[in-house]
Structures are given as structure tokens and as C-alpha cells.
Design a protein around this ligand. Structure first.
Ligand code: USQ
Length: 395
């Protein structure tokens, strides 16, 4: 297959490029370096500095003899994207090219406007390029479990049948997110559903939970092939942050009561899920939705696991409840269904103590890169004043 990965420089994008390439597919990766530039602007560099995308593709070729074609540019520029489609003609486009952070989207007006513009226009452009140039190309789009929020009913896999006054119909499952970023993902889903109905394109929308992990089979071939692994409050996901905090001797930062439950998955399983989706495409005129998680935990449960493993390795791990900077429910029902990807053949890597220990081992090697002051700045969903924003150094 000819695979086009949009957002190829990110935490998931680069491992995805290598995963497909390793399995014999032709891969092209596109990125505008948003994530690198934002990390520099906001002083939140990843744990391990990674070479740029062109350099990583060169290292990959040296090790495996395989090419990954790189294009640096912004897919919100339609002409740039259209040219790539015209020249490359992908069979599948994996769309990760979005601003992926909930805290980033809540910093201020400009970041909110950027998130809306970037995420919605990039999705619009992908659908247009597919329609105009490669109508049969399957779009695999990364959505988020956060689209559903935390409703007081079971979360179905994308769709729900509703019976009302003796009549029935099937709708997108109700969505109500708790950040502007997550809200743009709801809007993406709506946009895709509109174009699926109208143009008959084929789309898989993956509702992914927070991802953890630093190792993949391909990344482990060379330290320079590692993913962007963030531990800061803006781009780091909770379990990755907790492991770094434990190694750094920083208290684990539980927001609020810590009873927030989410569905999690190992980065290795993200790769499998995207691969399985690409190999078994949605049909023309189908918006196929999978809930991309392998198990659910509360924040307290994650902290407990990290503390237990950390202490078995000789660390003193303190767990602390911080005033929750977010507006989210801290006690809620949570019961998502997630059988679709298992039925496609997903073999989950569950969160065992051994997996957490392996994360500790990698983080330990790069301990000297941890800046404790990047761990918690307190980006609030409801900032009280401009002064407060300036204090946290992101104004
Ligand atoms: N949390 C803490 N302490 C921390 C960081 C987070 O208690 O130091 C809590 C949050 O309040 C939240 C939960 O942990 O209740 C998950 O937070 P997160 O930062 O790991 O994940 P989130 O902001 O929801 O976003 C991440 C990815 C995003 C993806 C999403 C999937 O950054 O791209 O869409 O996970 S989901 O959460 O299912 O919507």
C-alpha cells in the first residue's frame, strides 16, 4: 500500500511511519513541525531530543534500507496538500496532523483559535484532496475518546440507535467534550460524517484514549528513532508524566480527587490499531468508528501502580492531590465498549508492572534531561486574570 502519514513528526506519527515501512509498505510522511515549535515556544521540550524528520528518515534508511519520503509543510495550505496527493496518490491517509493537547487549547484566545483553525481546516483539506484526486483513498483519522466525555450511560462504539415515539434511527453517539481541543475532534467527526454521506468517501475515525509508552519495536532499533516523549503538563499524557515524576523525585500530580476514569492504551497498540484499520478499510460511504482503548483506569489507580513499581525499584514516590486545573468530573460512571478493534485482530499489550518497569528503565537513562520546573505550571481551564496567565509563563 501507499501510505500517507500526516503529522509524521509527532509522538505517534513517526512510530507509525516506521511500523508501515517495516511491513513493506511505501510511506510518505508530512509535518509542519508545529509540535517542535510549540515545545520551544512554551519551554516544554521532550525528554529525549529527537533529530528532525528528514534526519530520522535518513537514519531509518541506513538501518533498514527502506525509504520514508518526507515533506515539510502545512496541510492547512490546500495547494501544498493537493500537490502531495497528485504526486503520491496514497491508498490510505493517516491523519494525525492536529494540535493534540487539551491544555494547549485552553491557554488563551490565540491558542484556542489556532486549534480550531488547524484541526478543522486540516480535516477539511484531507477530505477535499481525497475527493478531488484519489476518491478511493481510505482516511484513517485519529479522534479521541474525549469526544464522548463522561456520560452517565454506556459509551457505544461511535453510534447509537434511538427509539422515540415508536420510530427508530441510528445516530452518532452523543458527544460532549471537556476541552476546546476535544471539541474540535467532535467537529472533525461531524465534518467527516457530512462528507461520507455527501461524497461517499471511506473513513475510519479512531476514538483513542490517552496513550502511554516510549518503546516500539522499530524505535528500539536506535535511540535516535525514539518518539517525542513529553512529560510536561501541556503535551505529556498522564502515565508518561507519572513515570518521569517518580524518577525525578517530584510528587505524582493527581488532579483533584483522582477518580477520573479514562480508557488507556500502549503506544504499541496504537500502531496495531491504525495498521489493522488500514489493512481492512472502511467501505465507500462508510464512517466506521472504533473506540481505541484496551483497558480503563482511574488516575488514582495509575498513581498507585507507578508508586508500587517505583518503590520496588528503590525510588521514594510521593503521591499528591493538586487542585484540579481542569473543569472535568472527578467522580463519574464510565463504561466504554471497545470490541471492534479486538475483532479486527488487535492483540493488546496490557499495563502490567513489567511494562511500567520498562518505562522506568528508559526514563532513568535520560534522567539528566528532566527539568522539574516543566512538570506542573497549572494551566487552568478558567483563568481568573491576565496576571495569572503571565505568572505561568505561557502568555
Ligand atoms: N491528569 C492528572 N494529572 C496529570 C495529568 C493528567 O490527574 O498530571 C488527569 C486529567 O485531569 C485527566 C486524565 O488524567 O482526567 C487524562 O489526562 P491526560 O492529560 O493524560 O489526557 P488528555 O488531556 O485527556 O488528552 C490525551 C491526549 C489527547 C487525547 C486524549 C484521549 O493528549 O490527544 O485525545 O488523551 S482522552 O483523554 O480519552 O480524551
Amino acid at each position: 500500500m501507499k501510505v500517507l502519514v500526516l503529522g509524521a513528526d509527532g509522538y505517534l506519527g513517526w512510530p507509525t511511519c516506521m511500523y508501515f515501512s517495516q511491513r513493506g509498505h511505501e510511506v510518505a510522511g508530512v509535518d509542519n513541525y508545529f509540535r517542535r515549535n510549540a515545545a520551544t515556544e512554551l519551554d516544554c521540550e521532550p525528554l529525549v531530543p529527537v533529530p528532525n524528520l528528514v534526519q530520522r528518515a535518513r537514519i531509518w534508511r541506513k538501518i533498514t534500507g527502506k525509504d520514508i519520503h518526507i515533506h515539510i509543510g502545512d496541510i492547512t495550505d490546500y495547494h501544498f496538500l493537493k500537490d502531495i496527493f497528485k504526486n503520491y496518490r496514497p491508498d490510505v491517509t493517516i491523519h494525525y496532523a492536529e494540535q493534540p493537547s487539551a491544555p494547549y487549547s485552553m491557554i488563551d484566545y490565540n491558542k484556542a483559535a489556532f486549534t480550531i483553525r488547524n484541526n478543522l481546516i486540516s480535516t477539511l483539506n484531507v477530505t477535499y484532496a481525497v475527493k478531488e484526486i484519489t476518491p478511493d483513498c481510505h482516511i484513517v483519522k485519529l479522534g479521541t475518546m474525549g469526544e464522548y466525555g463522561t456520560p452517565n450511560i454506556d459509551i457505544e462504539e461511535g453510534w447509537i440507535e434511538i427509539e422515540q415515539n415508536g420510530r427508530k434511527d441510528r445516530f452518532l453517539f452523543p458527544r460532549q467534550a471537556s476541552s476546546l481541543y476535544h471539541t474540535t475532534k467532535i467537529q472533525d467527526t461531524d465534518l467527516l460524517w457530512f462528507y461520507v454521506r455527501t461524497w461517499g468517501i471511506r473513513v475510519t475515525d479512531l476514538m483513542q484514549g490517552p496513550v502511554y509508552g516510549i518503546s516500539t519495536d522499530e524505535a528500539d532499533l536506535d535511540p535516535q528513532l525514539m518518539p517525542h516523549f513529553s512529560y510536561d503538563e501541556i503535551f505529556g499524557t498522564v502515565l508518561n508524566r507519572f513515570v518521569v515524576q517518580a524518577v525525578a523525585g517530584h510528587p505524582l500530580t493527581i488532579y483533584g480527587k483522582g477518580n477520573q476514569i479514562r480508557g488507556y492504551l500502549n503506544i504499541k497498540d496504537t500502531l496495531q490499531c491504525v495498521y489493522l484499520s488500514a489493512m481492512r478499510p472502511a467501505m465507500s460511504g462508510e464512517l466506521r468508528i472504533f473506540n481505541q482503548v484496551t483497558e480503563t483506569f482511574s488516575v488514582n489507580e495509575l498513581a498507585k501502580k507507578v508508586k508500587r513499581v517505583g518503590e520496588s525499584l528503590g525510588y521514594q514516590v510521593e503521591v499528591r492531590n493538586y487542585e484540579n486545573p481542569r473543569v472535568e468530573k472527578e467522580e463519574h460512571f464510565y463504561n466504554p465498549k471497545y470490541s471492534g478493534l479486538l475483532e479486527l485482530g488487535l492483540k493488546p499489550h496490557y499495563l502490567t508492572d513489567e511494562v511500567i518497569e520498562e518505562m522506568f528503565r528508559v526514563v532513568e537513562k535520560h534522567k539528566h534531561n528532566i527539568h522539574k520546573d516543566k512538570i506542573f505550571k497549572g494551566i487552568k481551564w478558567q483563568q481568573r486574570s491576565c496576571e495569572e496567565k503571565i505568572e505561568i509563563g505561557v502568555g
